[in-house]
Design a binder for this molecule. Structure first.
Ligand code: PLP
Length: 408
């Protein structure tokens, strides 16, 4: 499809957009353009009612009966099965629980135990830091364990020796929006005898993911970005079926037990994906996720990808001349565009005052996340326009735009 070159052409594309109907599924402040769905997704209209029902009916009236009667006990599995098609996995291969960091701790430890004699974990220096911190923590628990951070993936082959137990990479980079070739990298890692763990936080709900087809060993991801599960919504974990019977994860809590309500003193892991559970996730947080995943049942991920790429191409074209960090090649790009600017923080604050909400990642990147379910081509056009105006006017230089809160 051709990239629109005027606001009128954007409006014409919006009029025939097959995803346009999803906009009414979300509550967004009037008159604002929200480009942070890659950080905290928008509130689905249906969520408050689902959460209210969970609180007032299931908890308030059903009380303890709701564990069985309202299907609470099954939620980590039923919600995992709803996420599975979004990541190219089958039923019983994804479970919803804990946070991305905690899930990474579990699968990475399991991976090291599956590769006895190998004690190195490879990661990328620029990955989201929690992944690197967890790799450091996990390898610290193994004698001779070490976490090696590559400055660039060009160095991967040189480091893939027989000491490497696992490689942990982000499918889409949280800062630059670079999309990695999951199939090709997984194959290279497997050829070296190591296991491949993918962090799909920035790709789930943004583009089709094929964990099974790519032969990934494990994956972790969050649900509060493109999946709109709500602030701090529970994360998910994927394990390839070949690892289910043998994976030995370290957070052996009662919900990962084969018979949690037998209350036996010894730990016996559940069969299947259930062994990756530890405790039961927050029920109210699960309710938020349950609501948003109802929407995802009706979403065509190919259409999401096509719109996302056209939106990011439009934005790149309309901000030509700025310091683009995100790849121009569509196949190397996730669903966000990053632009480098030494005063990016202040520029983003000035944009926010105009009602265009994006964010900033230190030291100098402005991030613009494109969420095809609730953004239009016209929104993208207006965002590029606002950015050009803010930069041209120099309004970002006003002192108040330089003040930073705890969260940037
Ligand atoms: C790529 C990536 N991994 C991990 C995390 C952290 O997830 P959690 O807070 O669920 O541990 C984030 C958070 O934004 C992220 O972007």
């Amino acid at each position: 499809m051709n990239i629109p070159v005027s606001r009128e052409e954007c409006a014409a594309l919006d009029a025939v957009d097959p995803l346009a109907a999803f906009r009414k599924e979300f509550t967004l402040p009037e008159g604002e353009i929200y480009l942070n769905g890659n950080s905290l997704g928008a509130l689905p209209v249906r969520t408050p009612e689902v959460v209210r029902r969970t609180v007032e009916d299931e908890w308030g009236q059903g009380l303890i009966r709701s564990w069985n009667a309202a299907g609470w006990t099954d939620l980590p599995y039923t919600l995992g099965d709803r996420i599975a098609p979004l990541v190219g996995a089958g039923p019983g291969e994804v479970v919803v629980c804990d946070t991305t960091s905690v899930n990474l701790f579990k699968v990475l430890t399991a991976a090291l135990r599956l590769r006895p004699g190998r004690r190195t974990v490879l990661g990328e220096e620029t990955s989201f830091p929690t992944d690197l911190y967890i790799a450091e923590g996990v390898t610290g628990l193994f004698e001779g364990g070490r976490s090696v951070l590559l400055p660039s993936l060009d160095d991967l082959d040189a480091h893939l020796d027989d000491s490497v137990a696992a490689v942990v990479l982000s499918h889409v980079d949280y800062r630059t929006g670079v999309l990695l070739d999951m199939a090709e990298i997984t194959e290279r890692v497997h050829r070296a005898g190591a296991l491949m763990i993918w962090d799909v936080c920035h790709s789930v709900g943004a583009l089709p993911i094929e964990l099974t087809a790519c032969d990934a060993d494990f994956a972790v991801g969050c649900t509060y970005k493109y999946l709109n599960g709500g602030p701090c919504a529970p994360a998910f974990l994927y394990a390839a079926p070949r690892h289910h019977a043998v994976a030995d994860q370290p957070l052996t809590g009662w919900f990962g037990h084969a018979a949690p309500f037998a209350f036996q003193p010894g730990y016996q892991p559940a069969e299947g994906i259930g062994r990756f559970l530890t405790s039961f996730p927050s029920l109210l947080a699960l309710a938020g996720l349950r609501a948003s995943l109802e929407i995802w049942e009706h979403v065509d991920l190919a259409a999401v990808r096509a719109k996302s790429l056209l939106m990011s191409e439009l934005f790149i074209q309309q901000t030509d001349g700025l310091d683009l960090v995100t790849p121009r090649q569509a196949e190397c790009r996730g669903s966000q565009v990053a632009i480098r600017h030494a005063d990016g923080f202040a520029v983003v604050q000035a944009m926010i005052e105009r009602g265009v909400i994006s964010d900033f990642r230190a030291p100098d990147l402005m991030r613009f996340g494109f969420t095809p379910l609730y953004l239009s081509y016209t929104d993208v056009w207006d965002t590029a326009q606002a950015l050009r105006e803010v930069l041209a006017s120099g309004e970002w230089r006003e002192e108040r735009f330089g003040r930073r809160g705890a969260v940037t």
